[in-house]
Design a protein around this ligand. Sequence first.
Ligand SMILES: CC(C)(COP(=O)(O)OP(=O)(O)OC[C@H]1O[C@@H](n2cnc3c(N)ncnc32)[C@H](O)[C@@H]1OP(=O)(O)O)[C@@H](O)C(=O)NCCC(=O)NCCS
Length: 184
Amino acid sequence: MIELEHPASEDSMSEAPHPASVTIRQMRLDDIEYVSRLERRCYTLPWSSSAYVTEVGNSNAYYTVATQPDGTIVGYCGMWVIMDELHMTTIAVDPAVRGLKIGERLLLDLIQEGIRRGAERATLEVRERNTVAHNMYVKYGFEDVAVRKNYYSDNGENALIMWANDLTLPPYQAMLRDYEARLA
Ligand SMILES: CC(C)(COP(=O)(O)OP(=O)(O)OC[C@H]1O[C@@H](n2cnc3c(N)ncnc32)[C@H](O)[C@@H]1OP(=O)(O)O)[C@@H](O)C(=O)NCCC(=O)NCCS
């Protein structure tokens, strides 16, 4: 996780979808142009499109997009699974449709896929003042474990390093099932 929520400065790219109408699928090369446009609206230090091309081709990585029925991409996220660790790399939702559980659906799918790939614990970085994302991670069992001082090059903000442990144990699995049922 390398960046911070950044207010939209352009007109919205999409109409508000009904949450249940959003589908999550794996990111494809032909999504990257649109994902990059969204990235530039969501992050102050956006990844290049070539970084996404590399990620989509990386067998240790898993990247998804959330789409509306007309195919419009309204969010995306990604991770690597290395040994038994899930490393979350990015997540963003179109500013026009935030607060509709799209970020949570992306995160839930990511964690479930990470567990299928053998992850037993998960980690990420989040800006210290990104309370929206931090709240979402806490909801999914992540805890603050360390601080990287002055980590972000644009404003010197600290990064919080968060970990969620015991992903495969019954209490965490029960929590995921509960959240999945609520999102259905
Ligand atoms: C973080 C982000 C992906 C959340 O996506 P979203 O679709 O708006 O979030 P959801 O509607 O799924 O909400 C999930 C949880 O996030 C938290 N949250 C969402 N909106 C919030 C708000 N306005 N204030 C506080 N917490 C909030 C809550 O914990 C919420 O769960 P709850 O509804 O049960 O309380 C989105 O805000 C975003 O794209 N931000 C910019 C990019 C970014 O900062 N990414 C994270 C980098 S570490």
